[in-house]
Design a protein around this ligand. Structure first.
Ligand code: OGA
Ligand code: NI
Length: 359
Protein backbone atom coordinates (compact mmCIF):
# COMPACT_ATOMS: atom_id res chain seq x y z
CA UNK A 1 0.00 0.00 0.00
CA UNK A 2 1.23 3.44 -0.91
CA UNK A 3 2.20 5.20 2.34
CA UNK A 4 0.30 8.33 1.32
CA UNK A 5 -2.95 6.42 1.15
CA UNK A 6 -2.96 5.25 4.75
CA UNK A 7 -4.31 8.41 6.33
CA UNK A 8 -5.52 11.90 5.46
CA UNK A 9 -2.81 14.58 5.30
CA UNK A 10 -4.72 16.97 7.60
CA UNK A 11 -7.38 16.66 10.31
CA UNK A 12 -10.76 16.01 8.71
CA UNK A 13 -13.37 18.76 9.02
CA UNK A 14 -17.00 17.87 8.30
CA UNK A 15 -18.46 20.49 5.98
CA UNK A 16 -21.90 19.81 7.43
CA UNK A 17 -20.61 20.81 10.88
CA UNK A 18 -19.24 24.10 9.51
CA UNK A 19 -22.57 24.78 7.86
CA UNK A 20 -24.66 23.82 10.88
CA UNK A 21 -22.51 25.92 13.22
CA UNK A 22 -23.73 28.94 11.29
CA UNK A 23 -20.38 29.95 9.85
CA UNK A 24 -20.81 33.27 7.94
CA UNK A 25 -17.82 33.11 5.63
CA UNK A 26 -16.27 30.21 3.76
CA UNK A 27 -12.89 29.19 5.23
CA UNK A 28 -9.87 29.73 2.97
CA UNK A 29 -9.49 25.98 2.33
CA UNK A 30 -12.73 25.94 0.32
CA UNK A 31 -12.22 29.14 -1.69
CA UNK A 32 -11.53 28.25 -5.31
CA UNK A 33 -9.22 30.15 -7.65
CA UNK A 34 -11.16 32.91 -9.46
CA UNK A 35 -11.31 31.03 -12.78
CA UNK A 36 -12.89 27.97 -11.15
CA UNK A 37 -15.62 29.86 -9.31
CA UNK A 38 -19.17 29.49 -10.59
CA UNK A 39 -21.13 32.36 -12.11
CA UNK A 40 -24.24 32.53 -9.93
CA UNK A 41 -25.55 35.89 -11.11
CA UNK A 42 -29.26 35.72 -11.91
CA UNK A 43 -29.80 35.34 -15.65
CA UNK A 44 -26.38 33.76 -16.22
CA UNK A 45 -28.05 30.41 -16.86
CA UNK A 46 -27.97 29.10 -20.42
CA UNK A 47 -31.42 28.18 -21.70
CA UNK A 48 -30.41 24.72 -22.79
CA UNK A 49 -30.35 21.44 -20.97
CA UNK A 50 -28.82 17.98 -21.40
CA UNK A 51 -30.78 15.60 -23.68
CA UNK A 52 -33.81 13.78 -22.38
CA UNK A 53 -34.47 10.13 -23.27
CA UNK A 54 -37.57 8.08 -22.51
CA UNK A 55 -36.39 4.47 -22.14
CA UNK A 56 -39.90 2.96 -22.32
CA UNK A 57 -39.36 1.49 -25.78
CA UNK A 58 -35.79 0.31 -25.33
CA UNK A 59 -35.83 -3.43 -26.16
CA UNK A 60 -39.63 -3.22 -26.58
CA UNK A 61 -41.59 -4.90 -29.36
CA UNK A 62 -41.90 -1.89 -31.63
CA UNK A 63 -38.78 -1.92 -33.79
CA UNK A 64 -39.04 1.68 -34.99
CA UNK A 65 -39.47 3.08 -31.48
CA UNK A 66 -36.64 0.90 -30.19
CA UNK A 67 -34.32 2.16 -32.93
CA UNK A 68 -35.31 5.73 -32.24
CA UNK A 69 -34.47 5.29 -28.54
CA UNK A 70 -31.05 3.89 -29.48
CA UNK A 71 -30.40 6.87 -31.75
CA UNK A 72 -31.26 9.27 -28.96
CA UNK A 73 -28.94 7.52 -26.51
CA UNK A 74 -26.20 7.46 -29.10
CA UNK A 75 -26.35 11.13 -29.99
CA UNK A 76 -26.54 12.09 -26.30
CA UNK A 77 -23.38 10.03 -25.59
CA UNK A 78 -21.57 11.61 -28.57
CA UNK A 79 -22.58 15.24 -28.13
CA UNK A 80 -23.08 15.62 -24.40
CA UNK A 81 -21.81 12.54 -22.57
CA UNK A 82 -24.95 13.00 -20.46
CA UNK A 83 -28.71 12.50 -20.60
CA UNK A 84 -31.70 12.34 -18.28
CA UNK A 85 -33.73 9.15 -18.49
CA UNK A 86 -37.26 8.27 -17.45
CA UNK A 87 -39.02 4.88 -17.59
CA UNK A 88 -35.68 3.37 -16.64
CA UNK A 89 -37.16 0.41 -14.76
CA UNK A 90 -36.17 1.47 -11.24
CA UNK A 91 -39.16 1.97 -8.98
CA UNK A 92 -39.94 5.62 -8.14
CA UNK A 93 -40.79 4.59 -4.62
CA UNK A 94 -37.47 2.81 -4.11
CA UNK A 95 -35.61 5.87 -5.40
CA UNK A 96 -37.42 8.13 -2.97
CA UNK A 97 -37.10 5.82 0.02
CA UNK A 98 -33.39 5.25 -0.59
CA UNK A 99 -32.65 8.92 -0.94
CA UNK A 100 -34.75 9.72 2.19
CA UNK A 101 -32.84 7.08 4.19
CA UNK A 102 -29.53 8.73 3.27
CA UNK A 103 -30.85 12.14 4.21
CA UNK A 104 -31.75 10.65 7.58
CA UNK A 105 -28.23 9.26 7.92
CA UNK A 106 -26.69 12.69 7.29
CA UNK A 107 -29.19 14.22 9.73
CA UNK A 108 -28.02 11.89 12.50
CA UNK A 109 -25.60 13.11 15.21
CA UNK A 110 -21.96 13.57 14.26
CA UNK A 111 -20.80 10.86 16.73
CA UNK A 112 -22.95 8.33 14.90
CA UNK A 113 -21.58 9.28 11.48
CA UNK A 114 -18.02 9.27 12.81
CA UNK A 115 -18.32 5.52 13.47
CA UNK A 116 -17.99 5.17 9.70
CA UNK A 117 -15.14 7.66 9.16
CA UNK A 118 -13.13 6.59 6.11
CA UNK A 119 -9.46 6.53 5.13
CA UNK A 120 -7.93 7.11 1.70
CA UNK A 121 -6.88 3.45 1.35
CA UNK A 122 -10.36 2.34 0.20
CA UNK A 123 -12.49 5.47 0.69
CA UNK A 124 -15.23 3.24 2.10
CA UNK A 125 -17.36 5.02 4.67
CA UNK A 126 -18.04 8.61 5.71
CA UNK A 127 -15.68 11.10 4.09
CA UNK A 128 -15.11 14.78 3.44
CA UNK A 129 -12.37 14.94 0.81
CA UNK A 130 -11.09 13.27 -2.33
CA UNK A 131 -7.34 13.14 -2.83
CA UNK A 132 -4.49 13.24 -0.32
CA UNK A 133 -2.55 16.25 -1.53
CA UNK A 134 -1.56 18.31 1.50
CA UNK A 135 -2.90 21.85 1.43
CA UNK A 136 -5.26 21.13 -1.50
CA UNK A 137 -8.37 23.26 -1.90
CA UNK A 138 -11.36 21.27 -0.69
CA UNK A 139 -14.91 20.86 -1.96
CA UNK A 140 -18.05 21.90 -0.04
CA UNK A 141 -19.29 18.34 0.42
CA UNK A 142 -19.38 15.32 2.72
CA UNK A 143 -20.10 11.89 1.32
CA UNK A 144 -20.60 8.21 2.09
CA UNK A 145 -18.87 5.74 -0.20
CA UNK A 146 -19.58 2.01 -0.35
CA UNK A 147 -18.71 -0.97 -2.52
CA UNK A 148 -21.61 -2.86 -4.10
CA UNK A 149 -20.02 -5.17 -6.68
CA UNK A 150 -18.34 -7.60 -6.92
CA UNK A 151 -20.26 -9.29 -4.13
CA UNK A 152 -16.95 -10.40 -2.60
CA UNK A 153 -16.16 -6.79 -1.65
CA UNK A 154 -19.66 -5.96 -0.46
CA UNK A 155 -19.48 -5.52 3.28
CA UNK A 156 -22.78 -4.50 4.76
CA UNK A 157 -21.30 -4.08 8.21
CA UNK A 158 -19.56 -0.98 6.84
CA UNK A 159 -22.88 0.51 5.69
CA UNK A 160 -25.00 2.63 8.07
CA UNK A 161 -26.92 0.59 10.65
CA UNK A 162 -29.26 3.58 11.11
CA UNK A 163 -31.80 4.21 9.74
CA UNK A 164 -32.57 0.53 10.04
CA UNK A 165 -33.94 0.39 6.49
CA UNK A 166 -30.71 1.70 4.95
CA UNK A 167 -28.84 -1.56 4.27
CA UNK A 168 -31.80 -3.30 2.71
CA UNK A 169 -32.70 -0.27 0.61
CA UNK A 170 -29.14 0.02 -0.72
CA UNK A 171 -29.15 -3.69 -1.53
CA UNK A 172 -32.43 -3.41 -3.52
CA UNK A 173 -31.54 -0.10 -5.11
CA UNK A 174 -28.16 -1.46 -6.23
CA UNK A 175 -29.80 -4.53 -7.77
CA UNK A 176 -32.28 -2.45 -9.80
CA UNK A 177 -29.71 0.11 -10.91
CA UNK A 178 -27.31 -2.69 -11.90
CA UNK A 179 -30.00 -4.07 -14.24
CA UNK A 180 -30.41 -0.62 -15.75
CA UNK A 181 -26.64 -0.38 -16.31
CA UNK A 182 -26.66 -3.75 -18.09
CA UNK A 183 -29.42 -2.54 -20.41
CA UNK A 184 -27.64 0.74 -21.07
CA UNK A 185 -24.38 -1.00 -21.95
CA UNK A 186 -26.27 -3.23 -24.35
CA UNK A 187 -27.91 -0.21 -25.97
CA UNK A 188 -24.56 1.58 -26.24
CA UNK A 189 -22.87 -1.51 -27.74
CA UNK A 190 -25.56 -1.86 -30.42
CA UNK A 191 -25.44 1.80 -31.29
CA UNK A 192 -21.64 1.61 -31.66
CA UNK A 193 -22.27 -1.28 -34.08
CA UNK A 194 -20.60 -3.71 -31.71
CA UNK A 195 -22.04 -7.04 -30.57
CA UNK A 196 -24.72 -6.35 -27.98
CA UNK A 197 -22.68 -7.84 -25.12
CA UNK A 198 -19.39 -6.24 -26.22
CA UNK A 199 -19.13 -3.48 -23.60
CA UNK A 200 -20.38 -5.68 -20.77
CA UNK A 201 -17.78 -8.35 -21.60
CA UNK A 202 -15.03 -5.78 -22.12
CA UNK A 203 -15.50 -4.50 -18.58
CA UNK A 204 -15.54 -7.94 -17.00
CA UNK A 205 -18.86 -9.64 -17.85
CA UNK A 206 -20.48 -10.67 -14.58
CA UNK A 207 -17.42 -9.69 -12.55
CA UNK A 208 -17.79 -5.94 -12.95
CA UNK A 209 -17.39 -3.51 -10.08
CA UNK A 210 -19.98 -1.09 -8.78
CA UNK A 211 -19.98 1.41 -5.95
CA UNK A 212 -22.24 4.06 -4.56
CA UNK A 213 -21.24 7.53 -3.45
CA UNK A 214 -23.89 9.46 -1.61
CA UNK A 215 -23.04 13.14 -1.71
CA UNK A 216 -24.26 15.59 0.90
CA UNK A 217 -23.82 19.25 -0.08
CA UNK A 218 -24.56 21.43 2.94
CA UNK A 219 -25.94 24.96 2.62
CA UNK A 220 -23.12 27.39 2.05
CA UNK A 221 -22.89 31.03 3.19
CA UNK A 222 -20.87 32.14 0.12
CA UNK A 223 -21.70 29.73 -2.71
CA UNK A 224 -20.10 32.05 -5.30
CA UNK A 225 -16.64 31.30 -3.87
CA UNK A 226 -16.63 27.52 -3.83
CA UNK A 227 -17.89 24.30 -5.44
CA UNK A 228 -19.69 21.27 -4.02
CA UNK A 229 -17.61 19.08 -6.30
CA UNK A 230 -14.79 20.34 -8.51
CA UNK A 231 -14.77 19.76 -12.23
CA UNK A 232 -14.04 16.14 -13.12
CA UNK A 233 -15.03 13.36 -15.46
CA UNK A 234 -16.12 10.08 -13.89
CA UNK A 235 -13.28 7.54 -14.10
CA UNK A 236 -15.38 4.37 -14.51
CA UNK A 237 -17.83 2.88 -17.02
CA UNK A 238 -21.18 4.59 -16.64
CA UNK A 239 -22.70 6.59 -13.81
CA UNK A 240 -26.35 6.61 -12.80
CA UNK A 241 -27.03 9.68 -10.70
CA UNK A 242 -30.12 10.16 -8.60
CA UNK A 243 -30.08 13.93 -8.17
CA UNK A 244 -31.91 15.86 -5.50
CA UNK A 245 -35.20 16.56 -7.22
CA UNK A 246 -35.81 19.71 -5.17
CA UNK A 247 -32.42 21.40 -5.49
CA UNK A 248 -30.44 21.82 -8.73
CA UNK A 249 -26.63 21.76 -8.51
CA UNK A 250 -25.08 19.62 -11.24
CA UNK A 251 -23.42 21.52 -14.09
CA UNK A 252 -22.18 19.93 -17.31
CA UNK A 253 -19.59 21.48 -19.61
CA UNK A 254 -20.87 21.88 -23.16
CA UNK A 255 -19.13 23.97 -25.82
CA UNK A 256 -17.10 25.71 -23.14
CA UNK A 257 -20.20 26.71 -21.13
CA UNK A 258 -21.45 25.34 -17.82
CA UNK A 259 -25.03 24.13 -18.21
CA UNK A 260 -27.07 23.67 -15.02
CA UNK A 261 -29.16 20.50 -15.22
CA UNK A 262 -32.82 20.89 -14.26
CA UNK A 263 -33.77 17.53 -12.75
CA UNK A 264 -36.89 15.97 -14.27
CA UNK A 265 -39.15 14.24 -11.66
CA UNK A 266 -38.28 10.55 -11.21
CA UNK A 267 -35.50 10.74 -13.81
CA UNK A 268 -31.94 9.51 -13.49
CA UNK A 269 -29.03 11.45 -14.91
CA UNK A 270 -26.84 9.04 -16.86
CA UNK A 271 -23.29 9.81 -17.95
CA UNK A 272 -20.47 8.19 -19.84
CA UNK A 273 -17.31 7.53 -17.81
CA UNK A 274 -13.68 7.55 -18.97
CA UNK A 275 -13.58 3.78 -19.56
CA UNK A 276 -16.45 3.91 -22.09
CA UNK A 277 -14.67 6.79 -23.80
CA UNK A 278 -11.58 4.56 -24.06
CA UNK A 279 -13.51 1.46 -25.24
CA UNK A 280 -15.45 3.48 -27.85
CA UNK A 281 -12.19 5.10 -29.02
CA UNK A 282 -13.68 8.50 -28.07
CA UNK A 283 -16.88 8.12 -30.11
CA UNK A 284 -18.71 8.42 -26.79
CA UNK A 285 -17.47 11.20 -24.54
CA UNK A 286 -16.85 11.30 -20.85
CA UNK A 287 -17.63 14.94 -20.13
CA UNK A 288 -16.49 17.26 -17.36
CA UNK A 289 -19.04 18.19 -14.77
CA UNK A 290 -19.12 19.87 -11.36
CA UNK A 291 -21.55 20.77 -8.59
CA UNK A 292 -22.52 24.23 -7.37
CA UNK A 293 -23.96 24.86 -3.92
CA UNK A 294 -26.42 27.41 -2.57
CA UNK A 295 -27.19 29.31 0.62
CA UNK A 296 -30.76 28.06 1.01
CA UNK A 297 -30.88 24.29 1.01
CA UNK A 298 -28.75 21.20 1.59
CA UNK A 299 -28.62 18.83 -1.37
CA UNK A 300 -28.33 15.03 -1.47
CA UNK A 301 -27.39 12.98 -4.55
CA UNK A 302 -26.68 9.29 -5.08
CA UNK A 303 -24.03 8.46 -7.69
CA UNK A 304 -23.92 4.78 -8.67
CA UNK A 305 -20.73 3.95 -10.56
CA UNK A 306 -20.69 0.87 -12.80
CA UNK A 307 -17.04 0.07 -13.36
CA UNK A 308 -14.68 -2.41 -15.01
CA UNK A 309 -13.37 -5.40 -13.11
CA UNK A 310 -10.27 -3.92 -11.57
CA UNK A 311 -7.49 -6.02 -13.14
CA UNK A 312 -8.32 -6.33 -16.84
CA UNK A 313 -6.76 -4.02 -19.44
CA UNK A 314 -9.21 -1.58 -20.99
CA UNK A 315 -8.48 -0.42 -24.53
CA UNK A 316 -10.32 0.77 -27.65
CA UNK A 317 -12.52 -1.91 -29.30
CA UNK A 318 -10.68 -3.36 -32.32
CA UNK A 319 -13.82 -2.93 -34.42
CA UNK A 320 -13.62 0.83 -33.87
CA UNK A 321 -9.95 1.14 -34.79
CA UNK A 322 -8.75 1.51 -38.38
CA UNK A 323 -6.28 3.53 -40.43
CA UNK A 324 -8.45 6.64 -40.31
CA UNK A 325 -9.23 6.23 -36.64
CA UNK A 326 -6.20 4.78 -34.91
CA UNK A 327 -6.43 3.65 -31.28
CA UNK A 328 -6.40 6.83 -29.21
CA UNK A 329 -5.52 5.24 -25.88
CA UNK A 330 -3.00 2.83 -24.45
CA UNK A 331 -4.40 -0.09 -22.44
CA UNK A 332 -4.61 0.30 -18.67
CA UNK A 333 -6.37 -1.58 -15.89
CA UNK A 334 -9.00 0.23 -13.84
CA UNK A 335 -6.94 -0.37 -10.69
CA UNK A 336 -4.04 1.61 -12.12
CA UNK A 337 -6.34 4.29 -13.49
CA UNK A 338 -8.22 4.89 -10.26
CA UNK A 339 -5.08 5.25 -8.16
CA UNK A 340 -4.38 8.57 -9.87
CA UNK A 341 -7.67 10.06 -8.67
CA UNK A 342 -7.31 8.60 -5.20
CA UNK A 343 -4.02 10.49 -4.95
CA UNK A 344 -4.90 13.71 -6.74
CA UNK A 345 -8.64 14.21 -6.28
CA UNK A 346 -10.95 15.55 -9.01
CA UNK A 347 -8.92 17.15 -11.82
CA UNK A 348 -10.98 17.79 -14.94
CA UNK A 349 -9.99 15.47 -17.78
CA UNK A 350 -6.26 15.50 -17.03
CA UNK A 351 -6.15 11.82 -16.37
CA UNK A 352 -7.73 10.39 -19.49
CA UNK A 353 -5.55 12.78 -21.49
CA UNK A 354 -2.51 11.12 -19.93
CA UNK A 355 -3.59 7.79 -21.48
CA UNK A 356 -3.36 9.21 -25.00
CA UNK A 357 -1.29 7.05 -27.30
CA UNK A 358 1.54 8.81 -29.13
CA UNK A 359 0.11 9.02 -32.62
C1 OGA B 1 -20.14 12.46 -8.77
C2 OGA B 1 -20.95 13.57 -9.33
C3 OGA B 1 -22.90 14.97 -9.18
C4 OGA B 1 -23.93 15.40 -8.20
O1 OGA B 1 -20.45 12.03 -7.63
O2 OGA B 1 -19.21 12.00 -9.48
O3 OGA B 1 -20.61 14.06 -10.38
O4 OGA B 1 -24.88 16.05 -8.64
N1 OGA B 1 -22.03 13.98 -8.64
O5 OGA B 1 -23.80 15.13 -7.02
NI1 NI C 1 -19.16 12.82 -11.35
Amino acid sequence: MNRLLLSWPEPVVRVQSLSENGIRTVPERYIKPINDRPDLKPGSDEHVDIPFVDLRNLFGKDRALHDDTLRRISSACKDWGFFQAVNHGVSDELMKRTSDAWREFFDSPLEVKQLYANSPSTYEGYGSRLGVEKGAKLDWCDYFFLNYLPVTVRNQSKWPAQPTSCRELVEDYGAQVTKLCERLLKAMSISLELKEDYLQNAIGGDEVGACLRVNFYPKCPQPELTLGLSSHSDPGGITVLLPDHDVAGLQVLNNGKWITVKPVPNAFIINVGDQIQVLSNAIYKSVEHRVIVNSEKDRVSLAFFYNPKSDIPIQPAEELVNEDQPALYNPMTYDEYRLYIRMNGPCGKKQIESLKANI
